[in-house]
Design a protein around this ligand. Structure first.
Ligand code: HEM
Length: 423
């Protein structure tokens, strides 16, 4: 009998310990990998740039069969790009990359988001206090729908934002958040599937080259167009994670509050227009450090496609193989003083491809690495710069970020009061 068959199942321990589960197991292990059982399957977990290259090699690890049903029914959607391998994956992925890697498209989305932020910030000033997480989710939902060609009236932005947040918030729990996530997904897939049908039969029109247009016309590896439901799933795979940047915005506000010296530097850069890109070199380094430091995606996983060996250790075919994202982004072997928040670590040295992996590793064109990473960095850079220029009070509130909760966030959502937008 193999060793992993004798191990107790760790699924409950993972649910109870959240982000700390895998890094703790890693710390306690003396070998090059952790062995466990998850969802009844023998499991190994790895970390480090070499492990990234090992896991993202499709001859080693396949994704399709690995994703649990509760994750597909909330976070990603059935039939999503996340669930594909080989040629089918590459053809679908190329569609995302064409939309999300173009500098012009990224600039368009950032322009819509910053305009929406400025309008919203003027309204925050009229209210006693606002929850930044919720406000950022609405700003991003309105901006990404407009940019993607999804018609959304102003009055609908709040419920759309709530549903898009719910799909992310409920994927890793068995409680009420999970059931909210499932119904949010059902509702939004039906909404977007009817938009795709209307675009296809000519009863609705969307801008040429927009996300809806490109997904509705996309031809998959089998030579067929996507059915309307799968097209809706993939449009959601642009809308949902863009809105999820609100998690990072709340974390950015947390960092500015906790370490105010960064606010001064960001504001100075934003005021003088120094630097480059969407907010300047310091703002971009700050965005990378927020993505490294704060907990968001805990790990990614797939199934071993063959009997494998990792640094002399056997990994049996069919085993669940996890890449410890959160652990790697805090690994003292890769990061000096990993638990100190310090954007300067990215000032002189842009992140290495397989070192900083909050959105996966490897090459996004050939593997599953997030195609929205440039969009995320651009949005977070621009919004962090804006946040640094906004004056506000931070009233008494619960700012703890519970590591047991996946995905986590400041418990209060980061409340700001007495907002004074820049003049
Ligand atoms: C909010 C910040 C974000 C985080 C933390 C994040 C994280 C991730 C992670 C960990 C993966 C999986 C990588 C893997 O399986 O190897 C992923 C995949 C993906 N992300 Fe993101 N992402 C974010 C933003 C975005 C944005 C803004 C978009 C699109 C506009 C996006 C679209 C996608 C898609 C389509 C995939 C599937 C790629 C594939 O399977 O090939 N993400 N993301």
């Amino acid at each position: 009998m193999s060793l992993s068959r004798l191990l107790p199942d760790s699924t409950l321990s993972l649910l109870a310990r959240g982000y700390a589960w895998l890094p703790d197991r890693m710390r306690r292990t003396t070998g090059p990998l952790v062995r466990a059982r998850l969802l009844g399957k023998p499991t190994v977990a790895l970390r480090g740039p070499e492990a990234v290259r090992f896991v993202y090699d499709e001859r080693h690890v396949r994704r399709g069969p690995a994703l649990p049903e509760p994750v597909k029914s909330t976070l990603f959607g059935h039939g999503a790009v996340h669930t594909l391998d080989g040629e089918a994956h590459r053809v679908r992925k190329a569609m995302f990359l064409s939309l999300l890697k173009s500098p012009q498209n990224i600039a368009g989305l950032v322009g819509d988001a910053t305009a929406a932020w400025d309008e919203a910030a003027a309204r925050w000033a009229e209210r006693e206090r606002v929850v930044l997480f919720d406000e950022a989710s609405r700003v991003l939902a309105g901006a990404v729908c407009r940019w993607a060609g999804v018609p959304l009236k102003e009055a609908e932005a709040e419920s759309a934002a709530r549903d898009l947040v719910a799909m992310v918030d409920g994927f890793a729990t068995l409680g009420p958040r999970h059931w909210r996530a499932r119904s949010a997904r059902r509702r939004r897939e039906a909404w977007l599937a009817s938009l795709v049908e209307a675009v296809r039969d000519g009863s609705a029109s969307v801008p040429e080259g927009s996300v809806v247009d490109v997904v509705a016309r996309h031809v998959d590896a089998d030579g067929e167009r996507l059915d309307a439901r799968t097209a809706a799933v993939e449009i959601l795979n642009v809308l949902r994670p863009t809105v999820a940047v609100c998690w990072f915005v709340a974390f950015a506000a947390h960092a500015l509050h906790r370490w105010p010296e960064h606010r001064a530097r960001l504001a100075e850069e934003a005021r003088t227009g120094a630097g480059h890109g969407f907010g300047g070199a310091y703002a971009e380094a700050f965005a990378h450090e927020v993505r490294r430091f704060y907990p968001f995606a805990p790990f990614i996983g797939g199934l071993a496609a063959a009997d494998l060996t990792w640094r002399g250790e056997p990994v049996p075919r069919g085993a669940l193989v996890l890449l410890d994202i959160h652990g790697q982004d805090h690994d003292p072997a890769l990061w000096e003083d990993p638990y100190s928040f310090d954007p300067r670590r990215f000032l002189d040295r842009p992140p290495e491809r397989d070192e900083l992996i909050p959105q996966g590793g490897g090459d996004p064109a050939t593997g599953h690495r997030c195609p929205g990473e440039d969009v995320t960095v651009a949005l977070l850079t621009a919004l962090s710069a804006r946040l640094s220029l906004l004056e506000y009070d931070v009233p008494e509130q619960d700012l703890r970020i519970p590591l047991r909760r996946i995905p986590s966030r400041p418990r209060s959502g980061f409340v700001v009061a007495n907002v004074r937008p820049p003049g």
